[in-house]
Design a protein around this ligand. Structure first.
Ligand code: GLN
Length: 537
């Protein structure tokens, strides 16, 4: 059977957190830089339908695509590296696979047959993988299998890979990531865990074609030979993957190891030209040689797990590079902020970002942080809940509505300045009520946002239930907090700014999801610029 789309499966062994997402994104970047179209898909072996209902402490940030899919944070890396949007099809969980098989069963589509893991679940997995290969939209689909080989929950995925390797013999390869640990006492790198991990894959009928070995030290020739010999791969298919200073170094490191070349060789594709990574290298060059530094406070309630704000911290890196500045982020726990320690905690910062979030924990600290930024004229950027906090703070301390709140937290507030739209109220199923994905926004010329985007029409991604309550619009405007971005269809307020302030912008959407190496987000770039100006005052 022949198929014009090629498939690369990325599996992981020995331990989790080896960085399969970054390796997949780096490989895709190199293939893209050689002129191939590539996309990356993540298959997550957990039962949740999507990560939308997961606490960030469980799984880090929930990334949102244009089509409104709530997805794994690895999709953020894929977009940041490739500068190509992903969609619902790029992230599939076991929950979604089972849901779809069970729905088919209820509709009688299996014609009375017994529905089983093999073939029905594995067929559904294979369909989801091939969905991205349909219509020859991409030359290469890279599918990352979440979890670690040998986990019970990963078994159907590895089985689906095994079947595809047989069905599309010349169009599929497996890249297996392992760990080569350094034993300090022995002063040696050890290959045994890699050998065992490959054995485990072999027991499941899958022979990896390429091994990416995570290591803290150089894999010398003898180690490469040993791994090749015991794991049945060619010498040039043993790829060293050393710890890097920045995730953005990884494509360059993988190029030096010729990962892309070996992949193309094994897929029977021509190497075309050598990868054009000029822009990427110039980004790295500027990243490593900043001309200045700025200090930004990120106020959030999940700061112990920095992955909860992955897209925001990456957007800072992109915007820093645009401004030739290193952005030092001070992670500030909103729950620990109060009116007595706020000056000490926030003084010396060049900019303050109040992060997105759900629920009441840490909200008063966020409101205090907004007040500090507004009163002290420190550049302020509020995202989603951060923007809502800005509206609440202004209502309480400028308009004098002491009881002002969001109905998410205080349902019977006398001044519900942030509330739920009428049409949303009777939908109660969690996950079903959110405004998710891309919505259009019309900007007011002359605003800070317009200045940043340099266009009137934008589209940004949303993930929230509550909205600016337009009943109070006139009061806010009269006092100086103005809506400068609105959804043209619904009139919902998407961006607010404070007039008498160097840079005070609150966005109801999540700009961080759209920031990439090639296209740093304009609002982040403008915020960092304002922070630099503040720093040099
Ligand atoms: N909890 C708020 C809402 O649902 C904000 C959500 C967010 O910050 N993503 O409207």
């Amino acid at each position: 059977m022949s198929n014009s789309t090629k498939y690369v499966f990325v599996t992981g062994g020995v331990t989790s957190s080896l960085g399969k997402g970054i390796i997949s994104a780096s490989l895709a970047k190199l293939l893209q830089a050689r002129g191939y179209t590539a996309t990356i898909q993540k298959l997550d072996p957990y039962i949740n339908i999507d990560p939308g209902t997961l606490n960030p402490y469980e799984h880090g940030e929930c990334f949102v695509t244009d089509d409104g899919a709530e997805t794994d944070l690895d999709l953020g890396h894929y977009e940041r590296f490739l500068n190509v949007p992903t969609s619902q099809a790029n992230n599939v969980t076991t929950g979604r696979i089972y849901q779809s098989v069970i729905e088919k069963e209820r509709r009688g589509e299996f014609l009375g047959k017994t529905v089983q893991v093999i073939p029905h679940i594995t067929d559904e997995i294979k369909d989801r993988i091939q969905l991205l290969g349909k219509n020859n939209q991409y030359d290469i689909v890279i599918t990352e299998i979440g979890g670690t080989v040998g986990d019970i929950e990963s078994l159907p995925y590895v089985e689906a890979v095994r079947q595809m390797m047989w069905e599309f013999e010349n169009d599929c390869i497996v890249v297996h990531l392992t760990l080569v640990p350094y034993l300090a006492a022995a002063g040696e790198l050890k290959t045994k865990p890699t050998q065992h991990s490959v054995k485990q894959l072999l027991e499941l009928g899958v022979q990896p074609d390429i091994l990416c070995c995570r290591t803290e030290h150089e894999l010398d020739l003898s180690l490469r030979k040993k791994i090749a010999k015991f794991c049945n791969v060619s010498m040039n298919a043993v790829i060293e993957s050393r710890d890097a200073q920045s995730i953005y170094d990884v494509p360059i490191l993988m190029q030096a190891e010729e990962l892309d070349k070996v992949v193309l060789e094994k897929l029977g594709l021509s190497s075309k030209s050598s990868p054009n990574l000029e822009n990427w290298k110039s980004f790295l060059e500027r990243l490593k040689n900043p001309k200045r530094e700025v200090n930004i406070g990120l106020v959030g309630k999940y700061v112990e797990l920095k992955d909860s704000y992955k897209s925001i911290s990456e957007a800072f890196i992109h915007a820093g590079v645009s401004n030739e500045a290193r952005v030092n982020v001070k992670w500030i726990h909103s729950e620990k902020l109060n009116s007595t320690n706020i000056d000490a905690e926030l003084s010396g910062l060049d900019g303050i970002l109040v992060a997105p979030g759900f629920g009441s924990r840490g909200i008063s600290g966020k409101i205090e942080a907004v007040r500090y930024a507004r009163v002290n004229k420190v550049p302020f950027f509020g995202i989603c809940l951060g923007m809502q906090c800005a509206v609440i703070e202004f209502a309480r301390h400028v308009l004098g509505y002491t009881d002002a709140h969001t109905t998410e937290i205080a349902e019977d507030s006398k001044y519900p300045v942030i509330s739920m739209m009428e049409e949303q109220k009777n939908i109660s199923n969690m996950g079903g009520t959110m405004r998710l994905g891309a919505y259009r926004c019309q900007l007011k010329p002359g605003s800070k946002a317009f200045e940043a985007y340099n266009t009137e029409k934008i589209s940004e991604r949303h993930r929230h239930r509550y909205e600016f309550n337009n009943e109070y619009l006139k009061d806010f405007e009269a006092a100086g907090l103005v809506p400068v971005g609105k959804n043209p269809e619904t009139g919902l307020v998407e961006i607010v700014e404070i007039k008498d302030h160097p840079w005070f912008v609150g966005a109801q959407f999540h700009p961080e999801y759209k920031s990439t190496v090639a296209n740093p987000h304009p609002l982040f770039v403008a915020f960092i610029k304002a922070a630099i100006d503040h720093n040099t005052l």
